[in-house]
Design a protein. Structure first.
Length: 307
């Protein structure tokens, strides 16, 4: 027996009501963590080549770093120039060499991206012997600086480097002044400070500074330092500043075991603190700068901060 179909009439809502309902559904369904994410850019080339322990999103992973593969086969000229497939020069159109006067000092820095409408700000702080040009070099360090430049320019972000005059109060003050200058222009953006080697001293100073920490959305330490005083800071107690530790197991400047021990103490005191540690097996002091997956780390930080 066939059940007869009963014709029904679907009520028609006014277009303005339909539009309002659609907007409401969009707002309700929006996830804060998904509000801002970096879209893929050369992920196949820059993803971790293999893991000896853990999965890419785990809190502690060991990456299978291989100098023959990750330098000799990746670089046209070893440790100087990467092959062209790793690089896109699109950010060059917005790259500028600038100066900022703050606190009676002149800060020399470089920038890619436009401040207006910026959703996130990444500042790279070099180590001893470096300068503002290091973090803007498109072809060194396996093209990884070029990747972060592209990730920010292509995703409404800003990327900056500066000349660090010292690794104490003045240096930290210069980074903070740069942060304040651009956050005032892009108040919706948070700042992600990436510190290589000795630059970590400035990262930790900023993290303990309540005013600077309030502007920060995350901190990246690459072959860098640790700071016991951070564990008694208000920033640590708040648990709101994600931290990435990247280290090479053959680093002869800062021993990875001491950095890992600090990471373990941090986690022991606050097990849910948003911190991740990536160990590059057989990597040396500069390996984390070459091998850190910027997109993976920053997208985790955006989500951890509830962006």
């Amino acid at each position: 027996m066939t059940v007869p179909m009963i014709a029904t009439r679907t009520p028609t809502l006014p277009p303005r009501v339909v539009a309002a309902l659609l907007l409401l559904l969009t707002l309700v369904g929006a996830s804060p963590a998904a509000a801002y994410q970096l879209e893929p850019f050369k992920d196949r080339l820059f993803a971790y080549p293999g893991l000896l322990a853990g999965k890419a999103d785990d809190a502690f992973v060991i990456v299978d770093y291989d100098k023959r593969r990750d330098i000799h086969q990746r670089d046209k000229e070893w440790e100087r120039e990467v092959f062209g497939e790793y690089v896109s020069m699109r950010p060059s159109s917005s790259q500028k060499d600038l100066k900022l006067t703050a606190g009676g000092r002149t800060i020399t820095y470089m920038r890619v991206g436009e401040p207006r409408g910026a959703r996130a700000i990444v500042i790279y702080v070099h180590g001893q012997g470096g300068n503002r040009f290091q973090g803007m070099n498109d072809v060194s360090f396996g093209g990884n600086f070029n990747r972060i430049k592209n990730l920010m320019v292509r995703n409404s972000g800003l990327y900056m480097t500066l000349d660090v005059k010292d690794f104490d109060a003045r240096g930290a003050g210069d980074v903070k002044a740069l942060m304040q200058h651009y956050v005032s222009q892009a108040p919706q953006a948070r700042v992600y400070v990436a510190c290589g080697s000795m630059g970590g001293f400035l990262c930790w100073r900023l993290a303990r500074d309540s005013g600077a920490a309030a502007m920060m959305g995350g901190m990246l330490l690459m072959g860098s330092t640790w700071d016991e005083d951070f564990l008694s800071s208000g920033t640590f107690r708040s648990g709101r500043l994600p931290i990435y530790f990247g280290h090479g197991s053959w680093d002869e400047v800062y021993n990875w075991k001491r950095q890992a021990a600090f990471y373990e103490r941090l986690k022991a005191r606050k097990s849910d603190y948003p911190a991740r540690f990536v160990l590059f097996e057989t990597g040396t002091h500069g390996t984390p700068i070459r091998m850190t997956d910027w997109r993976l780390v920053l997208n985790w930080m955006f989500a951890a901060a509830g962006r």
